[in-house]
Design a protein around this ligand. Structure first.
Ligand code: GLY
Length: 345
């Protein structure tokens, strides 16, 4: 689909503004139509004199930072989420003469914000980065919270640092350029947010859905930046989701896999007696209500899924899942394998 031309470059009047409260590293997330045009103001706030903009979007959708800059093209997708890309970006920063008081801007989907965030976190031992996530998935989750990573052949997201951005600009006009499948993909993260405190966002305007998910994530990250406890809840539906991405060779996109994983988490919590049948059914309804398929692809090998889930980063004691329950979502260790297999339908 050819994207429509961008609308008039006038900053949105009143975007939603959510603060990620991390003390001296606190930063705003602005959400609304046209917020990409606030980039020069954010660059001025950071005080950068030169900027490298790493963009996976066409020039007409890549905003001008308002200071001398170079645009470095990038590609969204797992193939470029590598240490080789980080090296390429850092060399481009050095070639342009970025100093530690300058800044980097990412403009693209979650893989682009992840890899640019990591390059920014490493270059000169860390320079300012501002994210302009352009997919729904990146706006509701990936660009907020400071997790950056690249993949190794041995696994996904194995090398990364926590490096918080100085601002995140979620421009809902960017979403108008998305193919339908990519837009729906973002709803996997919104579906999982339903079960971890964002509330029922079905039928709400997209800017409100993004703001509710970001507000939830900002609260969780402010309480547990380094993922030592509470932050695990953001991985609701992700244990199976990540396994499915790998087992299908990334044929299933992240949000699609998280949708399947969310419906599975409901079934598993039901089998363990943690939630009642109505709540199990709600998992199915929410996932399908966002246009996602809640069922496992018929060609995936359940033994492989079990093996992959045993290697999940949260699995410190047997098969572990974030599951709904009487006191809300929590990490449940040592889930019996036969019960997991029963829920894998
Ligand atoms: N995407 C999960 C997290 O940021 O912790």
């Amino acid at each position: 689909m050819r994207p429509s031309p961008p609308p008039d470059p006038s900053p949105a009047a009143d975007p939603a503004r959510i603060e990620v409260a991390l003390g001296e590293r606190a930063y705003p997330v602005l959400i609304g139509p046209g917020v990409r045009h606030r980039l020069p103001a954010e660059i001025a706030r950071v005080g950068a004199r030169r900027v490298v903009v790493v963009s996976a979007r066409p020039p007409e959708w890549t905003p001008d930072p308002g200071v001398p800059h170079r645009v470095v093209p990038a590609r969204d997708g797992e193939h470029d989420k590598t240490l080789a890309t980080v090296e390429r970006l850092c060399r481009a920063f050095a070639d342009f003469g970025l100093t530690r008081t300058d800044a980097v801007v990412s403009c693209g989907g979650g893989t682009t914000t992840d890899v640019v965030g990591l390059a920014a976190g490493l270059y000169h031992r860390g320079i300012a980065v501002i994210h302009l996530p352009t997919t729904l998935l990146a706006q509701v989750d990936a660009s907020v919270g400071g997790k950056t990573a690249v993949n190794l052949q041995e696994g996904k997201n194995l090398v990364g640092v926590y490096w918080q951005p100085r601002a995140v600009l979620c421009d809902t006009e960017h979403l108008t350029t998305l193919p339908e499948r990519e837009r729906r993909n973002g709803y996997g993260e919104i579906a999982r947010a339903h079960f971890i405190g964002a509330g029922d966002l079905r039928g709400r305007p997209v800017a409100e859905q993004i703001a509710a998910c970001v507000a939830l994530k900002a609260r969780v990250v402010a309480a547990d930046e380094r993922d030592s406890g509470l932050r695990h809840i953001l991985n609701y539906g992700h244990t199976l989701g990540h396994a499915l991405e790998v087992a299908t060779g990334f044929r299933l996109r992240h949000g699609e896999a998280v949708g399947v994983g969310t419906a599975f988490a409901g079934r598993l919590a039901g089998l363990l007696g943690r939630i009642d049948p109505a709540r199990v059914a709600e998992h199915h309804e929410v996932v399908t209500g966002y246009g996602l398929d809640p069922t496992l692809p018929s060609d995936v090998d359940h033994d492989e899924l079990i093996a992959l889930m045993r290697r999940d980063k949260k699995a410190t004691s047997g098969l572990s899942f974030v599951l709904d329950g009487p006191t809300g979502p929590e990490l449940v260790p040592d889930v019996p394998e036969p019960t997991v297999r029963t829920a894998l339908v």
